[in-house]
Ligand binder design. Structure first.
Ligand code: NAD
Length: 288
């Protein structure tokens, strides 16, 4: 069977183009210029790349972006002061603090300080709680992106058996809540799951968010399943990026699959842009 290759580059471009159009409409109708503030502490090279990509995406969709690149020695107090200042600035609609933070800064305190109304990463406990009980809030960008990949590829979720592998706060758990919201029957597997292959074989939709190259092999996959690979790992032999799924051997068994790179990866920034626009629309009260 030839699987459908779910193209995250194409779908993320669609999402960004929709955001771009609505951003222009919002500005024209209300004068509100969407603005995202991005804070980076320290010199982590991967984080610098992520921040650069976020700024580029802001430019593309027509957002103003404010960039705060703070030295490694920035104190927690100084960082919290900056966040409070941005919380109180009506011209800022989204605040993103790039993780990981230096060891002397407590990530939880930082996340808790960002106003839930500007928490476009969807990490604040208020937003996580809102997702849990089906209220309006911001949803973590990567799992929100997976939902868009499925929906825009016309993959039915309702009533399907979905197995999510991984239970992190930023991917696995919100992913489970989103699939539940879409009426899937959801199982969350993790490092302590017994007989992982047996559990995963039940799935019509498999979502792997583990962080282990090629951990999901063909024998885990039911014939005709949809496989979404969130993992981004560096293959130590080739130096290339690879997912959590053994793509080459799994793909022939699937009805649809995401590649790595070019699958889930590009969706995260697109959904960040979408969340920030959503925040500005809510702030403006306009009907866009
Ligand atoms: P994490 O390390 O916080 O969580 C990994 C989860 O996998 C844990 O819940 C753990 O229980 C589970 N796990 C570990 N080993 C396992 C095993 N052998 N069998 C079953 N479960 C196992 O990681 P994370 O932040 O959730 O990220 C997961 C992967 O997704 C990483 O590769 C990360 O780079 C990638 N990621 C991609 C994006 C994106 O934009 N596409 C965003 C976030 C994370």
């Amino acid at each position: 069977m030839e699987p459908k290759i779910i193209d995250g580059k194409v779908i993320s471009a669609q999402v960004k183009d929709e955001v771009k159009e609505k951003t222009a409409k919002l500005l024209e109708k209300t004068g509100v210029q969407v603005c995202l503030a991005v804070i980076l502490v320290g010199e982590d090279s991967a984080s610098q790349v992520y921040v650069r990509n976020k700024k580029r995406a802001c430019e593309y969709v027509g957002f103003k972006s404010l960039s705060y690149e703070l030295p490694e020695c920035t104190s927690q107090e100084e960082l919290l002061e900056l966040i409070e200042k941005l919380n109180n600035d009506d011209t800022v609609h989204g605040i993103l603090v790039q993780m990981p933070l230096p060891k002397h800064i407590d990530e939880k305190t930082v996340i808790d300080t960002i106003s839930p109304k500007k928490d476009v990463d969807g990490f604040h406990p208020m937003n996580v709680g809102a997702l849990c009980i089906g209220e309006e809030g911001f949803v973590s960008c990567t799992p929100a992106g997976v939902i868009q990949l499925l929906k825009r590829s016309d993959i039915e979720i309702s009533g399907k058996e979905c197995v999510i592998i991984g239970r992190s706060n930023i991917v696995g758990k919100p992913m489970a809540l989103l699939m539940l919201r879409e009426n899937a029957t959801v199982t969350v597997a993790h490092s302590r799951t017994k007989d992982l292959a047996d559990v995963v074989r039940r799935a019509d939709i498999v979502i792997a968010a583990i962080g282990k190259p090629k951990a999901i092999t063909a024998d885990f996959i039911k014939e005709g399943a949809v496989v979404i690979d969130v993992g981004i790992n560096r293959n130590l032999e080739t130096g290339k990026l690879c997912g959590d799924v053994d793509y080459e051997n799994v793909a022939p068994k699937c009805s649809a699959i995401t590649p790595v790179p070019g699958g889930v990866g590009p969706m995260t920034i697109a959904m960040l842009m979408n969340n920030c626009l959503e925040s500005a629309i809510r702030f403006s009260g306009a009907d866009i």
